[in-house]
Design a protein around this ligand. Structure first.
Ligand code: FE
Length: 147
């Protein structure tokens, strides 16, 4: 399923203005599976996401707002069942401590729209040692060939 940005007036890959949109409004705009993950921090089932086993060259954007998040060259093959990156766009994401489910994790959120993207762990490969464990549904991939 491709991103539902068609009817999303806030979606832009060039406008980086911070958004402050209520969940009530997002619920009207986003597909239910994207809403659940992005706005309610749900997690897609492992090994089901469209970008889990995927290694094309291109850029990854926030599926909610179009903010740039990752470059494909920072994606690596991990066995965890979700698309994994060792580095994020510093302008694209921010972090929050997450103690839900009795775990201490670091949540990764979109800097522009505050949507939940996934978590970051410190068991990733060099050079950063980080593993950004993302939900495919929260991401939109644009291949270099479309630039
Ligand atoms: Fe976003």
């Amino acid at each position: 399923m491709e991103n539902e940005a068609k009817n999303n007036p806030y979606y832009s890959r060039t406008d980086t203005t911070k958004l402050d949109i209520s969940n009530e409004e997002w619920e009207k705009i986003l597909a239910p599976d994207l809403y659940a993950i992005a706005r309610e921090a749900a997690t897609e089932r492992p090994f089901t996401g469209k970008y889990n086993e995927f290694d094309e060259l291109g850029e990854y954007y926030c599926a909610v707002c179009g903010n740039h998040l990752f470059r494909s060259t920072s994606k690596f093959s991990s066995s965890c069942g979700w698309p994994s990156f060792f580095e994020a766009d510093k302008e694209g994401v921010y972090y929050k401590k997450d103690t839900a489910y009795g775990m201490e994790r670091v949540e990764v959120l979109c800097k522009r729209c505050d949507s939940h993207l996934g978590h970051v762990f410190d068991d990733g490969p060099k050079p950063t040692g980080l593993r950004y464990c993302m939900n495919s549904i929260s991401l939109e991939f644009v291949p270099d060939s479309e630039k």
